[in-house]
Design a binder for this molecule. Sequence first.
Ligand code: ZN
Length: 655
Amino acid sequence: MNTFANRRVIVSLATMTVALLGQDARAQFTYHTYSEMVSIIQDAETNYPSICKSYNLGNSVQGRGLWALRISDNVPAEEDEPEFKFISSMHGDEVTGLELCLYLIDHLTTNYGSDSRITNIVDSIDIWIMPLMNPDGFVAVQRYNAHGVDLNRNFPDPFSSPNNTPTGREPETGVIMNWAFAQSFTLEANYHGGTMVVNYPYDNNADGASVYTISPDDDLFIEISERYTWENQPMWNGPFFHGITNGAEWYAIDGGMQDWAYRYMGTNAVTIEVSEIKKPPASQIPTFWNDNREAMLLYIESCMMGARGVVTDGSTAAPVSATVTVQGRNQDVYTDPDVGDYHRMLLPGTYEMSAAASGYETLTHPGVVVSAGDATRWDVALGPATTVLFPNGGETLATGAATAVSWSGNAGANFQVQYTTNANDVAIDFDGFESGVISGNYISGGNQPWAATSSGPHTGSFAARAGVIGSNEVSWMIRTVNGADISFWYNVSSESGGDVFTCYVDGQVAFQASGSTGWTYYSTTKAPGNHTLLWEYTKDGSGTSGSDTVWIDDLEVSVDDRVWTDIMSETPLGATSTPWTPGETGTTCKTRVRVRNADGSYGQWDESDGLFAIEEGGGSEIPTVSEWGMVVMTLLALLTGSYVFRRQQRLVRES
Ligand code: ZN
C-alpha cells in the first residue's frame, strides 16, 4: 500500500469518529514530508500503471526533484484530449495545496473504474499534478527558493522580462517552462496560502498599477473561478466578493507564473489562495479537502468546454502546429503538434474562428456554435494557398464555348469558384479628417462628441479625437460605410485597464485597447455591403493617464461594386478544376477561387492575376494548349449526346 492510502484509512476513521472522539482522532492527520510526497507519486504509478505515470521534471537549486504525476487513460500517450495541470507550493511555506494535490491523486486513482464521473474525467483529460514546485523552500520552511528568489516573480513578463526562455531564470522556473513547452496545457491552477480567493488574469499591466486589468477571456475566467468558489463556500463567503478577484485589481505582480502561462502559452490559468493560514493545523486538512474536492473536480472538467478539434495537413493528414484564433478575442491557443489537437475554452455563444499555420492557407469558420456542456468540434484540414491557374488574365473566351477554370490548392478541401465581368468596379473611400471637422457621415455622442483635432494626427494635419470626458463618462462616434475591406489607424493614450477604447464592427467588439498604444493599424474584411463602425472611449470611476483620449485617422473603405457569380458553389473534395461555359460577354473579367468546405469554413479568395475577355461565341478561336483537353472532352460529350439522341429517335420510330 502506498503511504498516502494508509493515511487515508486513518483520516476516514477520524472523520467517522470525530464526533465521538473530538480533536484527538482528527489530529492524527499529519503533513507529508518531501520524501513521502515523492513516494506517493511513485507508488501511484506502481499501483495504477494503466492510468498513472510519474515524472521527475527537473531539479531544484539544491538538487531535489520537481515531481509530477500524470493521470489519464492510455498514459503516457499523447491523445486528442485537453491537458490540465495543478501546481502547488511554489512558495515553500504555503502547503495546504500540496496536501490537496495528494488527496486528489488518491481520489482519482482509487475511484477510477468504479465512479463513472471520475472515470470520465481520467478518460477524457490528460491530468498532471505537481504537488510541490519549490521543494527547497518547503524543506527550509520559506517562501523563496534556495537562491532567495520568489518564483512567482521569476517568469517571463511582457513589461519586465519578455523573452520566453528559461535562460537567466531560476532552475525551478525553467522546469515549469520546459514542461509547458513540451506539453500543450489548456487549463491550470496553482495553489497558494494566506487568504481565500481565486485570482484570475491579468496580474500585471504596463503601469504596474493595482487596477482591474481585463484580459480577453475575462468572462470565461469569472465563470470558471466562480464555479470553483461556489463549491467552496468558505471561499465564496470569504474576504473577497464571491471569493474571486482580478489579479492586478488586488495587487499587480511582475513575472507571475499565471500571466506567463496565459499570455505566452495560451493556457488559461488562475492562482488559488486556498487557506487563510499558510500552514493550517494538520487536523484541519481533511476539512480543506472536503471544501475543495468538488471545486477541484469541476475546475478540471471545465477544460472540456468551448471549441475543440484537430488541425491536420489536407494532403497527408499529419498533425499541424497551428494557431487558433477567435475573432474579437485577442487570445490565441495553439495545437499540440503531437496530435494536432486544440482546445479553446469559451462560454456558450457563436464564434468566428480561424486556424493558421506557417506554410498553409488560413481557414476561417464564420460561426462555430458553442453550447453548454462538452466542447463543439471544429476539425480543420489545412493546405497551400489557393492559386487560380486559368483563366488568369490575357485570355479571350467565347460565350457558349465549354472551358474549365483551374487552380491549385488544398487537397483536403472543397472550393467555391466565381467569375465577374466588372472586375474594375472597386473604389476607395478615404477620410483623413483633413477638412478639419467631423463630416455629416458620422454621428457622435455620449457625454461629449468626437471632434477633429490638429494635435498628433497619423498623417496630414487632422485626426478625429474622442471628446474630453470625466470619470464614468463616455464619448462615441458611429459611421456606416459601404464596402468590404475596412481599415483605419488608432492611437490610445489612457489609464491602462481603466479607461478603454472599444471598436465595434456591426455591433460586435472588434478590439479593445487602453494604456499607450501609439498609432496602430486595424483592418478587417467583411462581406460586401453596409457595415457600422462604432468607436467608443469609456472612463472608469477614477484615474487618468497619458493624454486621456483616443484618436482615429485615415479611415479607408474599399467600395466593391463587383458582381461575382458562382460557377460552382462547392466542388468535390480536392478538385483542381471545374467546367465553365461563359454565358455573357465582357472585357473586364476575372475568376476567383477559395476553399469553401461543407462545414461552412472558408479560405482566402485568389483572383485571376489580370483581366480576361469573353466575346460573343463564334467558334473562330483556336484553343490554347491548356484548353485542348477540355475541347476533346466536350467533343466526346457532344458525340455521345448525338448518338444517344439518334438512338432515342430510332426508338421513337420503332415503337
Ligand atoms: Zn504564494
